[in-house]
Write a protein that binds this ligand. Structure first.
Ligand SMILES: [Zn+2]
Length: 339
């Protein structure tokens, strides 16, 4: 991840304005809850905050970029930065105990040590309780930043002790621009990725680095064929998709399916867009003929239902106990919407 200072971060102006105000006011809360989907700049902002707080000569509440602390943060070797991530599925009590021990030492470089807790919602109950004690009264010189997609997944007692800072999904324009400045992507692919990455730059970059374009084609062709194949074949398709998803590494399980549902959503969205006569807003421009033809004989209500089925499926993926069953239901219900 390339370092960015506050003024280089795009699309999170509100969050950054707030953090700068806090720094300017001089009363720095010791715990923050950064909320929002992955890939919109939460970690980047946390690092910019670490820099701004430790800079010797900050300019407009921003790191100067030249002092020792600034350089260390930029180069990724700032000694007063702790990063806690789930070990396997969860953040465990041992990780929190070790964190608590480390927080007792004085920061090495500047006035503040910054600890970032990634996927804070994965803390086990014991870990969360041990963490709660730290959160009540951390040793001076410590800033804690909890990152979470959905705050309701955390204990209320944790939420209430943190300064909440929401991070918004990025606009398509911002994602397209960032893709073009940060990768060697061509403009057409950047636009396509921006259209279907649900406001997450991280997801757009992941898709670009993977075999995204080929997968997208397969996903859309599969969906186009779905209404015309027998129900048994649709079930086979569902099982094949979950089999593929299960092959993925543990920490990426469900990600392929999440992206697949996103692509399917973009297809349904386009059908809806055409149906209501807003053809210039199409995402999947290269399939526009097919979309126009298909939209013609489908009902708007069915298309909207199909879209929300997929949207719900993306949310359900995280807690799904029986992926096969979930996919079978989804594919069959989706097929009904498209017939
Ligand atoms: Zn500096």
């Amino acid at each position: 991840m390339t370092f960015k200072s506050f003024s280089q971060i795009r699309g999170q102006e509100r969050a950054i304005r707030f953090l700068k105000q806090v720094i300017a006011g001089g009363k720095i809360p010791h715990a923050y809850l950064f909320t929002g989907i992955p890939g919109v700049g939460k970690t980047t902002t946390a690092l910019a905050l670490a820099q701004a707080l430790n800079c010797r000569e900050p300019i407009n509440e921003e790191g100067c970029g030249g002092c020792r602390a600034c350089k260390q943060v930029m180069n990724g070797n700032f000694p007063d930065l702790i990063s806690i991530e789930p070990d396997n599925q969860n953040i465990k009590i041992d990780q929190i105990r070790e964190l608590n021990r480390n927080l007792c030492f004085k920061p090495v470089t500047g006035p503040y040590r910054v600890s970032i807790i990634h996927q804070a919602e994965t803390m086990t109950a014991e870990a969360a309780n041990a963490f709660l004690k730290t959160l009540e009264e951390p040793p001076p010189g410590n800033i804690l930043i909890l990152k979470v997609t959905e705050p309701l997944d955390l204990l209320g007692t944790i939420i209430s002790r943190c300064q909440k800072i929401p991070f918004r999904p990025l606009t398509r324009v911002v994602i397209k621009e960032l893709l073009m400045t940060e990768t060697d992507i061509d403009e057409e692919s950047a636009l396509l990725l921006a259209n279907i990455s649900e406001g997450s730059l991280g997801q757009a970059i992941d898709s670009w680095e993977g075999d995204f374009l080929q997968k997208r084609e397969e996903a859309i062709v599969g969906l186009i064929q779905l209404p015309s194949i027998p129900a048994e074949d649709a079930l086979d398709m569902a099982l094949m998709l979950t089999r593929e998803a299960k092959k993925a590494k543990t920490d990426e399980k469900g990600k392929d399916l999440f992206n697949l549902f996103g692509l399917w959503k973009s297809w349904l969205r386009d059908l809806i867009v055409v149906k209501v006569g807003w053809t210039e807003a199409l995402f999947n421009l290269d399939f526009s003929r097919n979309i126009n033809k298909t939209a013609h004989h489908l009902g708007l209500e069915n298309l909207i239902n199909g879209f929300f089925l997929l949207d719900q499926a993306q949310k359900d993926l995280r807690g799904a106990r029986n992926l096969d069953l979930m996919m079978e239901n989804l594919v069959l219900n989706l097929r009904k919407c498209l017939i």
